[in-house]
Design a protein around this ligand. Sequence first.
Ligand SMILES: Nc1nc2c(ncn2[C@@H]2O[C@H](COP(=O)(O)OP(=O)(O)O)[C@@H](O)[C@H]2O)c(=O)[nH]1
Ligand SMILES: [Mg+2]
Length: 366
Amino acid sequence: MEIGIIGLPKSGKTTLFNALTRGKAETAAYAAAGPTPNLGMAKVPDSRLQALAAMFQPKRTIQAEVRYVDIAAPPRGSGKGDGLSGQFLAHLSGVDALIHAVRAFEDESIPHIEGSIDPERDIAVIDLELAFSDLAIIARRLERLTDSLKGARSPERETLLGEQALLARIRADLEKEVPVCQQGLSADETKAIVNYQFLTAKPQLVVLNLSEEQLPQAASYEAELHARYHRPQLEIAALCAKLEMELAQLSDAEAEELGSAWGLKEPGLERIIGLSYRLLGLISFFTTASGEVKAWTIAKGATALKAAGKIHSDMEKGFIRAEVVAYDELAKCGSLAEARRRGLLRLEGKSYTVQDGDVITFLFNV
Ligand SMILES: Nc1nc2c(ncn2[C@@H]2O[C@H](COP(=O)(O)OP(=O)(O)O)[C@@H](O)[C@H]2O)c(=O)[nH]1
Ligand SMILES: [Mg+2]
């Protein structure tokens, strides 16, 4: 899973990236952004994993991870509708979701490229760039389709005509400022365009970057943005990236103390990671074998067979069955042995749909 962090220069992208990944990439008030993106992993916080570790006393406890990319290169001619430069686009097209950092913090020592603080304007600027990038992809593809159609015969001709019509329709909606993810495409249509990696088709998490002073009003900032932008595939969070970055560099105990001094109920980065999970339709399951308690990430709706394949291809090939207990049940029992005694361990086959929090032991042939 990979999430790209985008936003105008100086919106706090790198600061947020450092908070999420506990990284130390360079943030800058003035310096121009470098061309190389920052890459980092964030461990997915999960109190269930901690509880399982206490129960099993494993040699190792391994958290699920999400990869973040802080795309350093700013959009070319932001807001002028030039689309995104090739390099920027290359880094973005492969990500599963976008975090859009939006500046709300006031700080005279950090100039805003548009000269003033205006989150709604900034969101519109970036949305426009994303839409223009998609339009550019469509224009190139339509040109090539026209060429291919010249010599094409049935049934290839029909396929190409179908694609042409679909792209023309998507283009018309994009021109009316409807992002691809909101165009009500059917499952087949969505599948047909998946290779284009349209940026406006990606789920988005808008992170409003507040100053420490604005932090007490975080909830009302969020509510305001929610009322204005709410749609499927979009989540909104308001936090102070700078404070979160500082918290991320502290020990857990120190961070909790400082966090509660600022009135934070839960570390903002835990929330962001949780929200990105929800946005991406992901769930976690756990394994406890071989001295390791481990959290795994899988798409909601995935089967036990798929889950086995996530761990090892041999496990998928030689899959016999899965022994499953829901985390909540196991927590109540206190041990696998007790869960077994109470008949709470279920034997499930290949097509079982894995549930969030399932604790699974796979039985397989090698
Ligand atoms: N006062 C204040 N400054 C911030 C905040 N978030 C980021 N900054 C500062 O804004 C500048 C730009 O941040 P950076 O993360 O490099 O932005 P990027 O260009 O989007 O990657 C840096 O000097 C940061 O320290 C914030 O919440 N409050
Ligand atoms: Mg940066």
